[in-house]
Design a protein around this ligand. Sequence first.
Ligand code: PHE
Ligand code: NA
Length: 451
Amino acid sequence: MALESTTEGASLHWGSRLTFILAATGSAVGLGNIWKFPYMAGANGGGAFVLMYLVFVAILGAPMLMNETMVGRAMRRSPVGAMHKLTKQYKISSFWHSIAWLGSIGGVMVMAFYSVVAGWSLDYIIKTASGLFNGQNAEFVGGVFGDELANPVNMLFWHFMFTALTVAIVAGGVVKGLERSLRFLMPVLFVLLLLMVGYSLATGDVQAGLSFLFTFKPEDLSWAAVLSALGQAVFTLSLGCVSMMVYGSYMAPGQALGRTAVAVALLDTAVALLAGIAIFPIVFAHGIEPGAGPGLVFVSLPLAFAQMPGGQFIGTLFFVLIAAAAVSSSISLIEPAVARLVERHSLSRSKATMAVGGAAWVLGVGCVLSFNVWSGFTVAGKNFFDILDYLTANISMPLGCMLIALLIGWVLPKQFSREQLSDLSPAGYSVWLCITRYIVPIGVAVIFFFN
Ligand code: PHE
Ligand code: NA
């Protein structure tokens, strides 16, 4: 087995650098790219948001990935255990434990709404395979999504199925077989996305779609949109939920961290951009409202499948891959909390997983109901689903990134990071240090302040 629970000793780790890249990419690439990125870009007016997101990923992405991973790798414990060990070893305040708590709990909160969306994808596998969408128009496809949201029983079923699937995989010792399946799934997802991009460029409103995504209009740039772009950058790279920390704890000491982080950030960004290019020309060609909200992808893609030759088959495969990408992310969302329960409370792995999965499931039920039975309950126009999304992506996750940057950049001795980042040249290390010390904390603080 490539990966074992951290309690079972420091000698167990991912088989190779490639396995870590695959696992980290599996965590990063998910609904954040294919569902959330287009929906956020649409809701925040397009180009200005996309540019800010790209700037954040380019400047902060790789360094923040390194920061989380190095703590896990150096301590070889669950994130909470790692922070305990770290604060003891360096005789620093136990305040820093909050990074791990914030992240582990944040992961469970993300899991709650993530499994609802992943449940839609499971349902859409069946819907697409049945030929429901064949030859249909925008109105019909939009109606199907409306019915999806209006039916809590059906949504609860698929939400439960996805949660159970994640629990089953995590209970089995996380990732026996993850390597093999990802090695195969990621390239197929990539190829299918390219195919969709080709179709969208051939048949969609390319001019309108691409100019929406890539035309920078500074007047669209509110502080709220900047915070959402930061939140999206952090969310899509799986940062701030200590997922990369827990995966780092399974990483062998000698592996190059710097290059690995850059590779993960690049792959993740490529998938998000391809998804955007696949979706927006179709959105504009069919008069779909870009700011339609969380259903954007579930309306625009089926519409493309409805009309393209072989769409029933390609669409089915596509939703299978979205669900698979979602599972490889969701396991990293609950793994930090599970690893802690196993380590500290000597619960069996399956009991721990069921406890954490159960907590996420309960919150997820609230998300399901927020689209129908409880839709009247909103705070500042946000339902329960939106609130969980906002609290994590826009608050707890950027905060976690800021705290960990302060910890590594200022509190721990330089020698700690220099050893961990041994593959960086002196210049590369200085760049990392400057970003970690100044740009991350100041950037996050400024953006929080103006919100
Ligand atoms: N990065 C994942 C995605 O884009 C979501 C995620 C966030 C996973 C935080 C783990 C931790 O879908
Ligand atoms: Na992502």
